[in-house]
Design a protein around this ligand. Structure first.
Ligand code: SAH
Length: 243
C-alpha cells in the first residue's frame, strides 16, 4: 500500500483536507496510508526544544540538526519498502506532474515539514548525500510551514494511485498530462446567462470534438504559459505531441 509518512511539529493538522473526497475515500479504503511523526518526540533536552537561534546576524530560529535527523531515522526504519525522502522547501525543485507520477509509482514518501526559518542545512545535506533526500517546492512564495505544501504534494500523488480516481481516462487529458493546459469544459444547461456551450460539443462527432479540444488546449497554453508552449512546440518534453 502506498504510504505517506509526515514529519511535523503539528501532527494534529493531518489528515485534515486529505480526509475528504477522493483522497479521503482512498484513505478509508486502504488504497494508501498516512502516518505522522511528531518531531518534538526526538528532542533530548528537558525543554524539548526543536529549534535554536541561527548563526550569523539574522533573526529567526532554525530547527536543530540532531532532532530532525533522529526523526528522519525513525521514519525510515518504520517504513517498509523504499520511500522517496522529501523536504518541503521554497529552495527545492518546483513540483511538476511528472515528478508526482514518480512518487506515486513508488512505495511512498517521507515528507519533512519545516517551521520557523527552516532546518539546519547540514541535516539536509547529510540526508541528500546518504539517502537521496530531495527538496521540493510548491511554488515561488513562502508558506509559514511545510504542512500546507505537504497537503498539496500528497493530494497530487494520491489521486494518481490506481483505484483512487474511478475513471482513469479522466486523468489522461488533464492539464499537464499532455504538456498542455486543459481545454475549456462545460456542463448543463446548454445556455447560461446568454452564453452558449460551443456548438461543436453538441455535434456528437467525437473526432472533430477531439480536434477542437486539442486546438483550444494549444490556444490557451500559448496565451497563458509561454514556457509550456515553448517546450511543447519544440517537442522537448516527454509525451507532448510534436508540432
Ligand atoms: N527561511 C526560509 C523559509 C522558511 S518557511 C527561506 O527563506 O527559504 C518555513 C518552512 O515552510 C520551510 O522550512 C518549508 O518546510 C516550508 N515552506 C515554505 N514555503 C514553501 C514552499 N514554497 N514550498 C515548500 N515548502 C515551503
Amino acid at each position: 500500500m502506498w504510504r505517506a509518512s509526515v514529519l511535523t511539529l503539528f501532527p494534529e493538522m493531518f489528515p485534515g483536507p486529505l480526509a475528504y473526497s477522493l483522497s479521503g475515500k482512498g484513505l478509508r479504503n486502504n488504497v494508501w496510508s498516512l502516518t505522522t511523526v511528531q518531531i518534538r518526540d526526538f528532542t533530548t533536552d528537558k525543554h524539548r526544544s526543536v529549534d535554536d537561534t541561527c548563526y550569523g546576524p539574522n533573526a529567526g530560529m532554525i530547527m536543530k540538526a540532531d532532532v530532525v535527523d533522529s526523526a528522519l531515522r525513525y521514519a525510515l526504519a518504520d517504513f517498509a519498502g523504499k520511500p522517496h525522502i522529501l523536504y518541503m522547501s521554497p529552495r527545492g525543485v518546483s513540483l511538476k506532474q511528472k515528478t508526482v507520477h514518480t512518487f506515486a509509482q513508488s512505495d511512498g514518501i517521507i515528507v519533512l515539514c519545516g517551521r520557523y526559518e527552516g532546518v539546519d542545512d547540514r541535516v539536509i545535506e547529510y540526508w541528500r548525500e546518504s539517502h537521496g533526500l530531495l527538496e521540493v517546492s510548491v511554488g515561488d512564495y513562502i508558506l509559514s510551514g511545510g504542512e500546507i505544501a505537504a497537503f498539496a504534494l500528497i493530494d497530487a500523488c494520491v489521486r494518481l494511485l490506481p483505484s483512487v480516481v474511478g475513471n482513469e481516462v479522466s486523468l489522461d487529458c488533464e492539464t499537464f498530462e499532455l504538456d498542455l493546459l486543459e481545454f475549456p469544459q462545460y456542463t448543463k444547461p446548454c445556455v447560461w446567462r446568454g452564453k452558449s456551450v460551443p456548438e461543436i460539443l453538441l455535434s456528437g462527432d467525437h473526432k472533430r470534438i477531439a480536434e477542437w479540444q486539442k486546438r483550444e488546449a494549444e490556444k490557451i497554453t500559448e496565451l497563458r504559459r509561454p514556457d509550456l508552449w515553448e517546450a511543447y512546440v519544440s517537442g522537448s518534453c516527454g509525451n507532448g505531441t510534436k508540432k
